[in-house]
Ligand binder design. Structure first.
Ligand code: ADP
Length: 860
């Protein structure tokens, strides 16, 4: 319940404070001391105003009104409307000033500030003043009396509280006295003379100034200021001064009551308004005269009628509180929320009440509630995990559903934990030190690693705001899962690092060209590659194009522009770049980055120095060319040789045939005429001619392998071997020899040449047999792409150092007398195998036999 701020101060003729009500003491900077000028209590800025008001109040009989701010509160000012009137004696002489102050504006801040009791200050005032002073309640019972008053009536100060004021007064004056008290109880300030009885029964003539004592907006009693007089002890009528003065007092009181923003009213026993102050107009829209005589309860909201009635009964009985709230119908039909402070006055049979308009407060309370509700709904239904925790203990105070879901705890579990329980272990230490710095921060945003109930860790972006929650210092926290984003950022950072390291490590010159500004940046590679003493040289926009080889420049620039214009992101080119006095061969690759409007904004690439590779390539090309030339020459010379061998051997046959035939003719015709010696010579000649014939035939064969056109056909090797078994039938029978073979494959090739190949190998196996009967094994292996054949014998064998030599033409290991032959057979075999795309080789152990291997591809 808020009380009316109503101030009453009495000043003597010297303008020193005689008394003041408790209210002013609440806000005055220090307690009043007797005999001190009032002006000393006034703040500097209002002094002038008061001095002027006092001066005119002293001169005039009308009250003077001023407005001041006796106290300045935080963000607000308590404004007081003062009514200042002079007090005059019978001869109209100045006796002092009476100051009434009513708060003329109430603000929410002020409402909060107000309240509390001021007994201590009042006590000080009572004790210190030498002015006899006492107060009594509405029943006329003394509540307090100071030493000066007790002395006046020869009582001890402790005797007086509880005594009836009327019992102190002289009996004959009681009815008048009661009247005055009744008037005072209505809030009047009165001055009257009367006689009081001291402890011994002696009358003491006094003048009493009564002022209403208002506490918490309610009249609680009368303050009485006592002055001993020497005059008549009979009570003089207060209004006997003159009519003018009476009017003045009444007008003054009305002014005070009407100055109040609160509605002050009196209601009689039947519930009718008997008095209502001007504030009714403001609060209810009714003028006072519209309400006087009307039933108070008719204006009470029907829902509050019952409680209001109950409250009035309780107030009347003196049980229960004197404060209550209800809603009142205003003149315009709307509702006013009123806060009442009320008291039943038995003597008057009236309720004296003060009502304060709490409509605005109620509305703002309702708004506050609605807005709190709104935030509550927002908090609980927010899709972002949120919680409130106590700043000191870190204990969770509230949590929303999104948080319980995301972290996997139920509400009860969550609220039994502390903030550190949801931090990843490695973050706890960091958090402790963070707390020290953070404690004063109002709001912060940071990434932390949080742990869910199932142990999963994630990156949480925490936004924390300092708030007050349930009277505790707390933090309201929003937690957004930023795991993907954080990992992506870390990846980007790592990959940037990697690129930086890579660009430092590579020999390439990496570049980053801003297409829009034509700025280019290079890594260190550019200086190394072009041996630049000043790396910034390459930063110049035209450095690259200026150093292109004049023959490459146009082509290279055209291709690059083509890529940029036609939005082909990957570009690659080879060109020459000037370095000193020579040119380097460069391979350059770039990637064009386009913006959202498909405009090229950036191009990133790397240059590779091809100079060394290029010179190797050139050398290799030269070498290839000369090799090719040599190969052609060789092929030509081979062909020529073969042609020569063919022609020679072919043409030699005719004269040789002549030599042989004439030798045979000579032997036949002159058989008897020739001696033995001549026959022996003729035999030598015939033998020579025979060998020459063999040699010529073999050479012919040899040269034919390449020169003759061979047709590729299916050759069944089983047929070939069968044919040769037949050829060597007699020999094998004579020597008890055998040719063994399993089933052989059909191959592709020249039948004549393959027959010749097998004939030469089997022939040699027969020729170079040992003393044992010859055994010739013909076998093969299927080796996917080719067949590998083996012709093995158990003959004399070959020394391994001659394994290669025997395939060269005319190379023989034996002389004619031991084994006949021309040394061409194996050379022919090799040539046939070469022509068929295979390989031929031999393995042998001397005295045990030899094996000739050869391969023939499956497809020819
Ligand atoms: P030729 O048999 O006419 O001398 P070849 O070219 O057929 O010529 O053989 C070359 C040489 O290889 C032969 O002189 C012989 O010494 C050796 N040779 C060939 N085949 C065999 C074999 N099966 N066993 C032992 N030596 C062989």
């Amino acid at each position: 319940m808020k009380s009316l701020n109503c101030f009453f101060i009495l000043l003597d003729d010297e303008l020193k404070v005689k008394t003041a009500n408790s209210k002013y003491l609440d806000i005055a900077s220090s307690a009043f001391e007797p005999e001190k000028y009032f002006i000393d209590y006034v703040s500097e800025k209002h002094r002038e105003k008061f001095t002027a008001a006092f001066a005119s109040a002293q001169k005039e009989e009308e009250c003077v009104t001023i407005v001041t701010a006796p106290i300045e509160l935080e963000n607000d000012t308590l404004t007081i409307k003062w009514s200042i009137c002079s007090l005059r004696n019978h001869d109209n002489g100045f006796e002092g000033l009476e100051l009434f102050g009513v708060q003329s504006k109430l603000s929410p801040k002020e409402i909060e500030f107000e309240g509390g009791n001021n007994h201590d200050n009042q006590k000080i005032l009572f004790e210190r003043t030498s002015q006899p002073f006492f107060s009594f309640d509405l029943q006329g019972t003394l509540i307090k009396a100071n030493d000066a008053f007790a002395d006046l009536l020869s009582y001890s100060v402790t005797d007086l509280p509880g005594t009836s004021f009327l019992s102190l007064a002289n009996g004959s004056d009681i009815s008048d006295l009661t009247n005055f008290i009744a008037k005072a109880l209505e809030g009047n300030t009165l001055e009257y003379k009367c006689a009081l009885q001291d402890k011994t029964g002696k009358k003491v003539a006094v003048k009493i100034i009564n002022t209403p004592q208002i506490e918490n907006g309610t009249f609680v009693g009368i303050n009485a200021f006592v002055k001993k007089t020497t005059g008549k002890t009979q009570i003089e009528k207060p209004f006997n001064r003159d009519e003018k003065r009476l009017k003045l007092v009444l007008a003054r009181l009305k002014k005070v009551l009407d100055s109040s923003l609160d509605m002050i009213c009196a209601v009689d026993e039947s519930g009718k308004f008997t008095y209502i102050s001007a504030a009714s107009d403001q609060i209810l829209g009714y003028r006072a005269k519209e309400l006087i005589g009307k039933d108070f309860h008719d204006f009470v909201h029907k829902e509050d009628a019952e409680s209001t009635k109950k409250a009035s009964i309780n107030i009347k009985r003196g049980t229960g509180t004197t404060n209550f709230e209800n809603r009142f119908y205003k003149k315009d039909g709307s509702i006013a929320h009123l806060v009442w402070s009320s008291r039943w006055e038995e003597n008057d049979k009236r309720f004296y009440s003060i009502a304060r308009d709490a409509t605005e407060r109620k509305l703002s309370e309702a708004n506050l509630k609605a807005s709190e509700e709104k935030y509550r709904v927002l908090f609980y239904n927010h899709s972002v995990p949120s919680w409130i925790y106590e700043a000191d203990s870190l204990v969770f105070l509230e949590v929303n559903d999104a948080a319980t879901q995301h972290y996997g705890y139920n509400r009860k579990e969550f609220l039994s934990m502390k903030l550190t329980d949801i931090l990843a272990e490695e973050e706890v230490q960091k958090y402790q030190s963070f707390l020290q710095e953070d404690s004063c921060k109002q709001c912060h945003k940071e990434i932390w690693v949080h742990k869910k109930k199932n142990g999963d860790l994630f990156y949480a972006e925490i936004t924390s705001n300092a708030i007050e929650y349930l009277g505790k210092k707390a933090k309201l926290v929003l937690s957004i899962d930023r795991t993907e984003q954080t990992i992506a950022e870390q990846d980007v950072r790592k990959s940037n690092e990697r690129i930086t390291f890579l660009s430092q490590a590579t020999f390439d010159a990496m570049w980053d060209w801003n297409v829009e500004t034509n700025e280019i940046t290079w890594n260190e590679g550019i200086s190394k590659m072009f041996d630049l003493s000043d790396p910034s040289e390459a930063q110049k926009p035209d450095w690259w194009s200026n150093n292109l080889h004049p023959e490459d420049k146009e082509r290279v620039e055209r291709k690059k522009s083509y890529h940029l214009e036609n939005k082909i992101p990957r570009w690659e080119d080879e060109y020459r770049m000037k370095t000193g006095n020579s040119y380097k061969y460069i391979n350059d690759r770039g990637y064009i980055i386009f913006n959202e409007q498909s405009k090229p904004v950036r191009m990133i690439g790397a240059m590779q120095d091809l100079t060394e590779r290029k010179s190797h390539e050139i050398m290799l090309q030269k070498l290839n060319n000369s090799l090719e030339k040599r190969a052609t020459e060789l092929a030509e010379s081979n062909t020529e040789l073969e042609r020569f061998a063919y022609v020679a051997s072919h043409d030699l046959q005719e004269p040789l045939r002549m030599v042989s035939s004439f030798l045979q003719l000579l032997e036949k015709r002159y058989k008897d005429k020739l001696d033995n010696k001549a026959h022996e010579y003729i035999n030598y000649a015939v033998d020579g001619a025979e060998r020459m014939k063999r040699l010529i035939l073999d050479l012919l064969e040899y040269s034919r392998v390449n020169s003759s056109k061979t047709e590729v056909e299916d050759v069944d090797l089983n047929d070939i071997v069968k044919e040769l078994q037949f050829t060597y039938k007699n020999f094998l029978e004579e020597t008890n020899g055998t040719i063994n073979t399993n089933k052989l494959p059909v191959i592709k090739g020249s039948k004549t040449q393959i027959l010749q190949l097998f004939q030469n190998l089997i022939g040699n196996a027969c020729k170079y047999k040992s003393t044992a009967p010859p055994i010739i094994d013909i076998s093969y292996e299927d080796q996917q792409s080719c067949y590998q054949f083996a012709v093995a014998d158990n003959g004399i064998g070959i020394n391994s150092k001659f394994f290669h030599k025997i395939f060269i033409i005319f190379q023989r290991l034996h002389n004619r007398d031991e084994y006949s032959g021309t040394g061409i057979g194996l050379a022919i075999c090799k040539k046939i195998i070469d022509k068929h795309g295979g390989r031929i080789w031999v393995t042998s152990t001397q005295g045990q036999g030899s094996t000739f291997y050869f391969t023939l591809p499956k497809s020819k």
